[in-house]
Design a protein around this ligand. Structure first.
Ligand SMILES: C[S@@+](CC[C@H](N)C(=O)[O-])C[C@H]1O[C@@H](n2cnc3c(N)ncnc32)[C@H](O)[C@@H]1O
Length: 310
């Protein structure tokens, strides 16, 4: 598993050439694919992976400690059909999967953000439902289970126009996850399941993932470059420019924050026979988001200016 996980990470290069991912390659053959969003400590993910070894499961989680626990659980169970990503699931769905490639998406106990003024933070906004619809095959399902009746009602209100049919059910505890156990211990008996079945394809949201450009620059001097941070749709902060003594190669770290996510992108400048190239460094773990494109453009602009300075 370590090998395949390393391969998944290696795929997440900035160029966009390998996106969406070739999951057949990751899993070593064709398989139905299912995603769990926010798998916590992995009880449910491991259960469904054990029950359906023919399916490839991809889990997204943002809490590192929970990923470590889930990984140990996967290894103890000897499961080979699960991959874990320490990622925001929305970005994952957007960049890693092609249209119609998923059979199912599961999410147990999403953060309910119960206060009205925090409702904008709830995960399944219509935009995200439309994205999930696009990534599911026809008839594929998004299943959401919550301990909050009001959250289930809110979720169903978001559905019109997103291409799903809704089924709802109230049931007892059945998933054995950490959060289900927590609510049970507090005396909760009823849980609310909402199943959204894709019945209509929306016009495709599977935009081409634009490759991040390589900028060719005739003349520049890394020692004279001045980089300015920027705070627009994406907030971009640059580290110090590091260059070698011959000034034939330089690197700079760009920290790019957008849509509540942060990426660390190393940008490399290398002098060749015909001039310089400015590009995302190989192995830099970043996605070709608008902020990443902008960071590269800013570096290339600063590089051009540095070439003109006396
Ligand atoms: C309330 S917990 C539920 C965990 C688990 N499903 C369970 O039932 O025990 C919600 C989990 O979702 C994760 N999460 C929230 N938003 C996420 C996102 N956009 N992508 C991936 N994970 C997310 C959080 O880190 C957290 O572990």
């Amino acid at each position: 598993m370590a090998d395949s996980n390393t391969r998944v990470r290696a795929y997440l290069g900035i160029t966009g050439e390998d996106l969406p991912l070739d999951w057949m390659d990751v899993f070593g053959g064709p398989r139905p694919l299912e995603v769990e969003i926010g798998f916590g400590t992995g009880e449910y993910l491991c259960q469904i992976a054990r029950e359906r070894p023919q399916v490839g499961f991809i889990g997204f989680e943002q809490a590192p400690g929970r990923i470590v626990k889930t990984r140990a659980r996967i290894e103890a169970a000897g499961l080979r059909n699960v991959r874990l990503l320490f990622w925001d699931a929305v970005w994952g769905l957007q960049y890693l999967f092609s249209s119609g490639s998923l059979d199912a998406v599961h999410c147990l106990f999403p953060c309910p953000w119960p206060k009205k003024r925090h409702a904008k933070n709830r995960l399944f906004q219509p935009r995200v439902l439309s994205l999930v619809n696009d990534r599911l095959r026809m008839g594929g399902t998004l299943t959401v289970v919550t301990d909050e009746k009001a959250y289930a009602a809110w979720l169903m209100e978001q559905v019109p126009g997103t291409g799903f049919l809704v089924e709802a059910e109230t049931h007892g505890a059945r998933y054995g996850t950490m959060f289900e156990a927590k609510w049970r211990a507090e005396g909760q008996e009823d849980f609310y399941k909402v199943v959204l079945r894709k019945e209509q394809a929306l016009s495709s949201l599977c935009q081409e993932v634009a490759r991040v450009r390589i900028y060719d620059i005739q003349k520049m001097d890394p020692a004279k470059m001045v980089l300015r941070d920027e705070k627009r749709k994406a907030a971009i902060t640059f580290g110090e420019i590091i260059h070698d003594q011959t000034k034939a190669m330089a690197m700079v770290l760009a920290i790019v924050t957008e849509e509540g996510q942060t990426q660390h992108l190393w940008i490399k400048m290398v002098r060749g026979e015909k001039g310089w190239s400015v590009r995302a460094a190989e192995g830099s773990l970043a996605l070709p988001t608008p902020g990443a494109h902008r960071a590269l453009a800013l570096v290339s602009e600063a590089a051009v200016l540095s070439g003109g300075r006396a």
